[in-house]
Structures are given as C-alpha cells and as structure tokens.
Design a protein around this ligand. Sequence first.
Ligand code: GDP
Length: 447
Amino acid sequence: MFDALKEKLSSLFSKLGSKGRLSQEDIDTAMRELRRSLLEADVDFRAAKDLIAKIRERASGVEVLQSITPSERISAIVYEELISLMGKPAPLIISPKPPTVILMAGLQGSGKTTSTVKLARLLKNSHNPLVVACDLRRPAAVEQLKVLAEGAKVSFFGPENKKGKNDTDVLKVVKGAVKYAEDHMNDVIILDTAGRLHIDDELMNELKSIAEILPPHEKILVVDAMTGQEAVNSAKAFHELLNLTGLILTKLDGDARGGSALSIRTVTGVPVKFAGVGENTDALEIFSPERMAGRIMGMGDIQGLVEKVKAAGINDTEIKSPGKIAKNFDLEMLLKQFEQLEKLGPIEKIAGMIPGFDKIKNFRAEDADAGALKRSKAIIQSMTHEERRNPRIIKGSRRRRIAEGSGTSVQSVNQLLAQYEQMRKMFKSFTGSGGSRKLKSLFGFGR
Ligand code: GDP
C-alpha cells in the first residue's frame, strides 16, 4: 500500500538529508516534489495544493535545532498534515437500541459484497451480525454473499428460492430480515444492496425505499481506491443523493492511486471508516489516519519523531549549550524535564534533546520510580516562582512550608534540593565518562 508514494517521499527526505539548515530553495524544491508525488498517487489536486501550502508555511519556520535535522522536522510536519487531511477517526455508529442497521451501497465491482461480509466478520467479536442479500436482480450476487458469509461463519438472510427462482421483491426481503434478526437475536443488520455500473434513478429509488422501511443508522458507500478520482467522484454523487455516513475504501492493498484515501474525506465530507486490504474476508481494517500517514511516511516510529520534535521545540528555545544549561539550570527547568519525562517515556528521547545527554544510553523511564517522580514534581510545584528560580533562598521555614504544601516531608524537600545541586554540578561533567551511572542514581529513578 502506498509503496510508490512512500518511496518518493523517502527519496525526497533523504535528499534533504542531514543538512543543518535549509534554504528557501531547498524547501521550494522539496515542496514541488512533494506536490508531484501526491498528484501521481492521485490525491485530489485542490487537497494537494492546500496541503502543500500548509506544509510550506510550517516548514519555512523551521529553525536549526541541536538534536533534529530540518529534514526530520519537515517529515514530522508532513506526517501531521497528512493526518489532519484525513480528518478525525469516525467510528462506526452502533445504535443503543438494537438492531443497528447498516446499509451498504456501491457500484458493481467496488467490493461491496466482500466488504459486507468483512464488516460482519469484524463485528462478530462483539456483536451478532446478520448479512442480508438485497441485490436480487443478479442471482449470482445472492449466492456470492451466501458463500462468503458461510466461509466467515456469519449469519445470512436472503430471498426465498422457489423452484430455482429467487424472490425479487427487495422490500419483502428486508422485512423478512428484520423478523429473522428478532428471532435469532441479531443486533446488527447489514444490507448488501444492489450494485450498478452507474448511478441511476432506479437504484436510488430502491435504496430510498429500503431506508424508509428500515431506517439505517449507517449508510456506507463502498468505493474502490484503485479507481482513484473516480472513487472520489462517485462518493460525491452518492452522498448528494443518499446523505452517506461513511465510506469503505477497498483494494488499498494494491498500490495504484491509493492517494484517493488521503483526499476523499476533504473532498466529499464523508469520513472513511474502514479500509479493505485484501480479498479475504478478514482483510478489513478500521481506518486510522495515523496508521495510514505512518505507512506513507514509511517510518515505524514517526510518531516518536513527532514527539521528539515537539519536546525539542520546547527545550530548544531555552537550552543551547551545556555551559548555558549549567548556568541557567534552575528548578523551573527541572520541573519541565520531569513533565517531559512523564509524557515521553523513554528518557533517551528527552536526553537526546539536551546536548550531552544523548551520550547516555540504556536508561529507560520504565525503570523510573513513578512515585518519586510525582513527589519531586509536587515539591517543585509547591515553591514560589522566586524559589524555583533561585533555590538558594530555600531555607528552614520555606522548606517546612513546601513540605506541607506538597504533602511530603522536610526530609524529602532536603533530598530534592540536594539532588538538584548535585545535578547542577553534574551538568559540567556528565558528558564525560560515568555520566549515565551518575544520572541513574539521581532522584531514585534508576536502581
Ligand atoms: P461488488 O460487485 O461491489 O459486490 O464487489 P465484490 O465484493 O464482488 O468484489 C469485486 C472483486 O474485488 C472481488 O474479486 C473481490 O475479491 C475483490 N476485492 C474486494 N475488496 C478487496 C480488497 O480490499 N482488496 C483486494 N485486493 N480485492 C478486493
């Protein structure tokens, strides 16, 4: 999935490489290439244009950081903007009052019947779904749904077969399905409606009359991602007529023009709820903008990189060099480090952002004593601004007040202040050998 786009982006970022600073020309070239790659992947051109404008604006503000190359920052920006392009995840609507009715629509060959069974199979973990054959004009369609449902061990309901001929009254089938669901405790009914080569009035009228008898909670259109902009156009047309609640994009396992997955939501306003990623009935994923963007960026840990960038953004303005840290290191800074530590997890991430700390390896926040971290934070939070900036003024009575305010003891306050002092001194030396051991022993985090 997205192999071509992924490859292009990765070559784009490797060209930006480890340059310490990017010129406007570098950014312009990169944005041109990005635009071309998106269009080749069949991302809607307006969506691509807006996306590039946002990325360009953010990329131009990228300053030089100690621990992160501009290329890394720009890839993090691209990742974030791709996610925001795909929109917030939209979970399937499940009615509090069963049965939940899901109407599946789609053009012939889009993967509608397969997706109906895939969805039922996915829902089987927590529900008792029933798939219903409503495409009565093509007997083969009924049979296909039945066979797939049997294979996936999903309940099936279809038209009555009299003397080798199927009933052709869709509304009768729908009513029959409701009764069947009641009798068999099916709490989700998924209607596999008729497929067509094109949208026509007859199809729309049929869908509308089904919806009248059995109002659906979800109206899902299945679209074939391989048809690129066609998929987007048919989604737009169906939405105007049916007021869709969601999309399933199929064949995202193929690579061709997967870009429609990126822009279909912005263009149509309908959220993608699931992605079909193979022919088998277990090949359906809940659509996750983050996962999709991660795949496109081709970086397992892009999320980690984004966090690193965010955290570095905070620290970089204050921390420039080890000498400066030693000079400015106060309890306010220490508190910020604690907060980062809590948010980020592995300390290497924070350590990597502070010059010199990046030498310290094999120390993970999981080893940390979370209680000690919380206590240390509470102690600093109970100090006045002045005290945090200038810890030397914290004498006897202040220590008692802080201990009380933080719900700790004077001894704990003394300990934190001693540790702070020790850490401040260590800033001058920890780039040398033994830094890791010394750091671990601080604050009781490593044992
Ligand atoms: P319908 O006419 O819309 O009901 O489409 P079908 O469900 O019959 O699917 C048409 C073809 O697409 C079948 O050969 C399916 O196996 C295939 N198909 C459906 N979804 C996917 C998918 O996510 N990935 C792949 N590779 N093939 C799919």
